[in-house]
Write a protein that binds this ligand. Sequence first.
Ligand SMILES: [Zn+2]
Length: 157
Amino acid sequence: MVIDTLEQWWNALLDFTSKLIVPDWGALINLLPIFLLIGVVGPLLTLLVLGWFIYFVRKPRLKVAFADTRRPAELDADGIPVYPTGEPYSPRERMIYEPGATRSESGEDLLVACPKCGLVRKAADDVCGNCGLSFTLTPTTRSVRKTGPKPGGAAAA
Ligand SMILES: [Zn+2]
């Protein structure tokens, strides 16, 4: 009979699922130390690793902050700010900026004193108008500029 076969299937299925759902308590109690290990030692280890992580991640960030080369200009004996040559600076802010900077935080042009002749020019200009010394403290931007063809160079040839 078809119905009998279906019943047999159904019973077998119930039997199978009940084995899955009802846990084997004996085996679970044996596993209790492992659960304790995961529940207690796990979080402790996680905290340790987290503490280590925060310690080592924050440390270099502090170093980076201290390594910022933007700094206020020192004053000489007469109270006049001293700007080292070759470094961009803002006379209004009396602030020496990091190498390669051309504009201050307020957007004004930074100045730079030529390391060769001492002439002060805009930090955005690469070449000194007085002695012709070309220098920039950002080699990457300079190489990008130099790789391009000269304006009209190819057409003129
Ligand atoms: Zn110069």
